[in-house]
Each structure stands twice: as structure tokens, then as C-alpha cells.
Design a protein around this ligand. Structure first.
Ligand code: FCB
Length: 429
């Protein structure tokens, strides 16, 4: 093949995980406590037993051509009681990072991914500005103990998502409902936490890359000609994209873009969040809308649009999460290919995209949804803890190896076109 590859040689291909979702037995955080108290519908328990099986999991990643892997370290393991660092936990994470490096996989390390040590949660977590000191101390500890092994740092994951579930919809600890003030404080507190961590990591480690992971739904008005729909979409976009990125973007070496879906917004005169409108569940145009098992619309164009828009920040963009909860393997492979196409289009347009990380390496504990949603490139058997590669894992490996997108029509991952045409009328009903 003589044409230029679709992805540059330095491009990071890999998957993302988060400690509480895969490790198992994370006993010292606010999620575990709420699970035990029966305040959450599901318990993480042993999760994927990744805490013990990480080497085997990284063998899989390596075998399927990943050259990067995003993971989070669990603050509550490192500092189970305030100010008392557990050296065994730090040693464990050293071994984990060495295991990645030893396989030629670049670690992308998240410092905070939704869970908190219980003592930090009890002190009000991000809603209290004073608590930032505790986070800064944790970052210093981690930088000192693990800094030599990590070049890519994600300070915090999705402040807006945590703020919403923890303080507005009330389905995550500490189960606040309609508490917009706490939600705003959480986003502000986590933005400060990002800036603080940025300074610490650069002061201690010099030339590393530090960013944060932003949940980036593409927001659109359902009826663009209707002023109130447009207003709802604008205010939603302001709250979910513009402001949170602006708040944290001061010091930023890259932006982590977590992209799953678009929000098609229409105005509703009633409801708690009326300023932000509501998601339109009905049809939109000719084509049937496709939704994941999370109820999130599949809309690959939105990834390209977000990458183009965030390119204005002038820093490289890392797709730090993208994936589909489904039991339909063809749909999973198509989702992967369609989103990688969106990334390739952005690259061709000159956007600096430095990598793409699929959510997730394994089926895992999907927060309040439990183990039902299946996001993995590898299926997890929750009885034997065996992992099985899915077709999308093979497709991803093929693309990562060649750095080229296959032609969907000639690819073994998809049914022949005649079959898809016959299926279309049914899908519309
Ligand atoms: C993101 C989270 C990640 C996972 C995916 C499906 O919002 O960052 O932990 O739950 O959604």
C-alpha cells in the first residue's frame, strides 16, 4: 500500500479502565460503603479481579496491538485513612505501571476517577474548597512514588458527570437531589484540583503531559428554527462543554475527550432543569436513531465535531474514552470503525489528535448500572474471570497495526451489504 496511513506513527491506540470498575475489593471508598449500605442497586465486589489479574490483562492489550493504556489509581487504597499512606498500595501501582512499560504500553494515569476515600467524602469532597489541600498532598505522594513511570497524567475524570449524578439526579454517593449549588461547587472544586495537580506534576516531574478528561456530548437543538430549543441547547452546551473546559483549560497540555453521544435537546416549560431543556426521545429525520444499552444515542459525527471545536484550545486532543454498551458484536465493531473514521477526518482537517482509547478493555462494573452493560473489547466471565476477545478487539488490533481504516464493505467484521439492506425496514419500526 502506498497511500498515507490514516493515523500518524506516534498515535496512541489503547483502552481505558478505572480502578473501582475493574480492580475489585476497593473497600475504603465512598462507593464501596454505599454499596454495603444497600444504597446502590449493585455491588462492585470482586469486579474483574484486575487487581490480581492485571498482568494477564496487559498481555491481552499488548497481544492486540495496544501501545497505550489509561487506568486510574485508587486514592482510597493509597490513603485509606487521612494522612496515612499505605506503602503497599504504592508498591502495587508501581508493579502495575512497570508491567505496562515492560510490554511497551504507554500508561495514561488518572488520579481521580469518581471514587473518594470515605474520609474525603465525609469532609464534603469537592464542595469544600479547603479539601483541595488533601488532594494536593495525595498528588505530591503519587508524583514522588510513581512519577518516573508516567508521562501522561489525567488529573480528574468528568467533573460535570460526577456533579450531576452525585448532587442533581442523586443516583451516586452522596445522593444529593436537585442540589445545584453542590453541583456547581463540585465542578469548580475539580477544576481547581486539576490546576493544582497540573502545577505539582510539572514542578516535580518537569516535562510530562497533564490534562483532564472531559465528558463531551455534542449538544444540538431538536428544532434549530425554534428559539426556545436553541436557547435550551445553548445553555446545556454552556454548562456541559464551554464552561467546564474553560475553567480547567488554563494550564493544559492536552484535553482528554470522552465522547459517547449527542444530546438532542428540546425546550420543556416544566421540570427541574428547564433551563437546559430535555432530551428528545423521538425520531429525527429519515434514518432511525440508534441507541446503546445505556440509552445513549450513537452519533459518530459528534466526535469529529467536538474534536474540531476543541482544537481551538491549541493543545493536542486525546480521545480518552469512546465505546458502546451492547450485546450486538457487529454494532460494536461498526461503532468502533465509525468513530475512528471521525477521528481520521479530524486528523485530515489538521486537528491535533494524539490518540484514541476505547472504553473499555474489559466488561466491568458500570457504576449504578452494575455489570449488565457490556463495554469490553474483551468479555469478562464473572464466574471464572476468563476474558474472551470480541470481534471488535480484532478489528481494533488490525487498525492499530496498520494505522489504516479498513473498507467496511470488504471487512470480515460486518455482514454483507445485502443483509443489512434487508434488515433496514424492520429496524425502522
Ligand atoms: C464515563 C465514565 C466511565 C464509564 C463510561 C461508560 O462517563 O468516565 O467510568 O462509566 O462513562
Amino acid at each position: 500500500m502506498s497511500t498515507r496511513p490514516d493515523f500518524p506513527e506516534t498515535f496512541l491506540f489503547g483502552a481505558a479502565t478505572a480502578a473501582h470498575q475493574v480492580e475489585g475489593d476497593n473497600r475504603h471508598n465512598d462507593w464501596w460503603r454505599a454499596e454495603r449500605q444497600g444504597r446502590l442497586p449493585h455491588s462492585s465486589g470482586a469486579a474483574c479481579r484486575h487487581f490480581e489479574l492485571y498482568e494477564q490483562d496487559f498481555d491481552l492489550a499488548r497481544g492486540f496491538a495496544h501501545n497505550a493504556h489509561r487506568l486510574s489509581i485508587e486514592w482510597s487504597r493509597i490513603e485509606p485513612r487521612e494522612g496515612r499512606v499505605d506503602p503497599a498500595a504504592l508498591d502495587h501501582y508501581r508493579r502495575v505501571l512497570e508491567a505496562l512499560r515492560g510490554r511497551g504500553i504507554e500508561p495514561v494515569l488518572t488520579l481521580h476517577h469518581f471514587t473518594h476515600p470515605c474520609w474525603f467524602a465525609d469532609a464534603g469532597a469537592w464542595t469544600r474548597p479547603d479539601n483541595l489541600r488533601a488532594f494536593a498532598r495525595y498528588v505530591e505522594t503519587v508524583a514522588e512514588a510513581l512519577g518516573d513511570l508516567v508521562g501522561w497524567w489525567v488529573t480528574v475524570n468528568e467533573p460535570t458527570v460526577l456533579a450531576k449524578h452525585a448532587h442533581v439526579t442523586g443516583d451516586w454517593p452522596p445522593f444529593g437531589r436537585g442540589d445545584w449549588k453542590a453541583a456547581r461547587r463540585t465542578v469548580l472544586g475539580m477544576s481547581r484540583a486539576h490546576r493544582t495537580a497540573y502545577d505539582i506534576l510539572h514542578r516535580r516531574l518537569g516535562d510530562v503531559r497533564v490534562g483532564f478528561a472531559h465528558s463531551a456530548p455534542w449538544v444540538m437543538a431538536r428544532r434549530p428554527a425554534t428559539l426556545l430549543d436553541r436557547f435550551a441547547a445553548l445553555s446545556r452546551d454552556l454548562a456541559l462543554n464551554r464552561l467546564p473546559v474553560r475553567l480547567a483549560a488554563g494550564p493544559l497540555d492536552f484535553l482528554g475527550v470522552n465522547y459517547y453521544t449527542r444530546a438532542l435537546v428540546h425546550w420543556r416549560p416544566r421540570g427541574t432543569a428547564r433551563l437546559f431543556g430535555e432530551d428528545w426521545p423521538g425520531p429525527d429525520g429519515e434514518e432511525p436513531r440508534r441507541f446503546s444499552e445505556m440509552g445513549w444515542e450513537v452519533w459518530p459525527q459528534g466526535l469529529e465535531l467536538q474534536l474540531r471545536r476543541f482544537s481551538a484550545l491549541g493543545v493536542p486532543l486525546l480521545v480518552s474514552e469512546n465505546g458502546l454498551a451492547t450485546g450486538d458484536e457487529e454494532a460494536r465493531s461498526r461503532f468502533l470503525l465509525d468513530h475512528l473514521r471521525a477521528v481520521a477526518r479530524a486528523l485530515r482537517a489538521g486537528v491535533q489528535v494524539c490518540g484514541y482509547l476505547w472504553w473499555s478493555l474489559l466488561d466491568n462494573f458500570e457504576w449504578a448500572e452494575g455489570f449488565r452493560p457490556r463495554f469490553g473489547l474483551f468479555a469478562t466471565d464473572y464466574v471464572s474471570f476468563a476474558r474472551t476477545a470480541r470481534p471488535a478487539a480484532e478489528l481494533f488490533a488490525e487498525i492499530a497495526r496498520s494505522r489504516r481504516l479498513p473498507d467496511a464493505l470488504n471487512s470480515p467484521y460486518f455482514a454483507p451489504p445485502a443483509v443489512s439492506r434487508r434488515q433496514r425496514p424492520d429496524a425502522r419500526r
